[in-house]
Design a protein around this ligand. Structure first.
Ligand code: BES
Ligand code: MN
Ligand code: MN
Length: 456
């Protein structure tokens, strides 16, 4: 690996500056006003993939934002790694909480501050640079296919279509994704599970128009009061979700599996201190780590209605709204859970209130093996660069495409993430360590080497 490590050192500044350039493009997929920027970002990714030595690089249009695809086939008889990542980012709001512009990357105390630095530009770009290192040093030991999409943060709907229509092109032996976090820089870990998702929006209607809260208040159902009652009733005193049937398909972990997960270092006091909360709260009978990984949840993501301007306005509003998400675990399935929620939520509406539940997007949970050649290669690669064997952990976030790769292409994934939970992904001041970026670039070629040696 010496030649590659030397190459990385020689090109260090350029590797960093190229990432900063990518971070300057506001590729926000959720907001149509950034559509041209998203397209510009796809172009930049295409150029960078070509420069890295990938071939047949192409911008593949979809009904939404484009997918960038490229490959380098060294020998069809060798195994093929399919690298997936996303160049789209979350909206930067709330802007006033950023210490520097979300799309004006700055490096401070070894951290790269910008929207998308950790999720996922900084992480997928490590793969482009790792490919460059291997290609330019004649050290790419197997085939690589790279697919970077622009709609992960909005549910990857069109990627699903693309995968279904391009099964031959995407044929591979394993999927490699860097879009998750490790425990700490000195405690490397590999995610072996992701949660699924069911996301809905609810509209609650009371009277046909806003009313004077003195003239009508107390006599007519207030949709905001009703929405709050309904939401409050979705958890019982043990913080279990009350939607009937919600837990029916949950695969409980064995004591041995739970014990294994509990091996990962976790300090509850540090956790509370970091978040500035006096106590944690969650489902009875489970630890904080379990509540945020192997257990399903229901959270309100946004709620609005009535008067929220300056001062006071005495009004009994006609409507109230909320966005809710449920994180799902194996073997809960997104669609049936959405249906259970919808039926339940409509049923618990108090008299005089009508409810509409609109499903947004969803995704299925995934669990990845820890005994496959690819996992073992990833583990060995990390052990070499971190000096410690990585711990397998279950993550709480969702990458819906992982379950789809398995269903459509029959492929297992290695979640080769180099971020940290403290990177503020989706939050103001998102950051990614310069150390983590280069550590990824160094580790990925080692994965390729070990994987090629062990597979086929
Ligand atoms: N990279 C994250 C997912 C993630 C983060 C997994 C940290 C594990 C640890 C991804 O970009 C993401 O944010 N996914 C969304 C789901 C999507 C359907 C909007 C999520 O988890 O909310
Ligand atoms: Mn991501
Ligand atoms: Mn994300």
């Amino acid at each position: 690996m010496n030649a590659i490590d030397t190459y990385i050192k020689t090109h260090e500044d350029r590797f960093l500056n190229e990432l900063l350039d990518l971070l300057r493009i506001p590729s926000v997929s959720a907001d149509p006003k950034y559509k041209a920027d998203v397209a510009r970002c796809a172009e930049a990714v295409k150029t960078r993939m070509e420069e890295a030595g990938l071939e047949k690089v192409e911008i593949c249009p979809t009904a939404g934002h484009p997918i960038v695809y490229g490959e380098k086939i060294v020998d069809p008889a060798r195994p093929t790694v399919l690298v997936y990542g996303h160049y789209d980012v979350q909206p930067p709001d709330p802007l006033d909480l950023w210490h520097s512009g979300p799309f004006e990357p700055v490096i401070k105390d070894g951290m790269i501050y910008a929207r998308g630095s950790a999720d996922d530009k900084g992480q997928f770009y490590m793969h482009i640079k790792a490919v460059e290192c291997m290609v330019k040093n004649n050290a790419l030991p197997c085939n690589v296919k790279v697919m970077i999409e622009g709609e992960e943060e909005v549910g990857s709907d069109n990627l699903g279509v693309f995968v279904k229509n391009n099964k031959a092109r995407l044929k591979a032996d394993v999927v490699l994704i860097s879009d998750t976090a490790m425990i700490a820089n000195d405690v490397p870990s590999i995610n072996t599970g992701l949660r699924g998702l069911s996301y809905v929006e609810v509209e609650v209607t009371g009277p046909n128009r806003d009313l004077h809260s003195g003239v009508y208040g107390g006599a007519v159902a207030n949709p905001i009061n009703a929405l709050c009652e309904m939401i409050a009733s979705l958890h019982d005193k043990d913080r279990k979700v009350t939607v009937p049937g919600f837990y029916d398909t949950v695969r409980e972990l064995s004591k041995a599996e739970r014990d294994a997960l509990a091996e990962a270092p976790f300090n509850l006091d540090d956790y509370k201190k970091d978040l500035n909360v006096k106590d944690v709260r969650g489902e009875a009978g489970y630890t904080s780590e379990e509540r945020s990984s192997i257990r399903p949840t229901l959270d309100v993501n946004g709620i609005w209605g009535g008067y929220i301007g300056e001062g006071a306005k005495t009004v009994l509003p006609s409507k109230a709204f909320a966005k809710l998400s449920m994180r799902l675990v194996p073997d809960q399935k997104s669609e049936p859970i959405t249906k259970l929620f919808k039926d339940h939520f409509e049923k618990i509406a108090p008299p005089g209130i009508t409810v509409v539940v609109r499903p947004h997007h969803g995704g299925e949970a995934a669990v990845t093996p820890i005994d496959s050649p690819a996992y073992l290669a990833a583990s060995k690669a990390m052990e070499e660069t971190f000096g410690k064997k990585p711990i397998p952990t279950r993550g709480g976030g969702s990458i819906p495409i992982v379950a789809l790769f398995e269903a459509e292409l029959g492929l297992k994934t290695v979640l080769f993430g180099f971020g940290l939970d403290s990177d503020n992904i989706h939050s103001p001041n998102e950051k990614y360590g310069v150390f983590n970026y280069f550590q990824g670039i160094k580790t990925i070629p080692r994965f390729f080497k070990h994987y090629s040696a062990s597979a086929k």
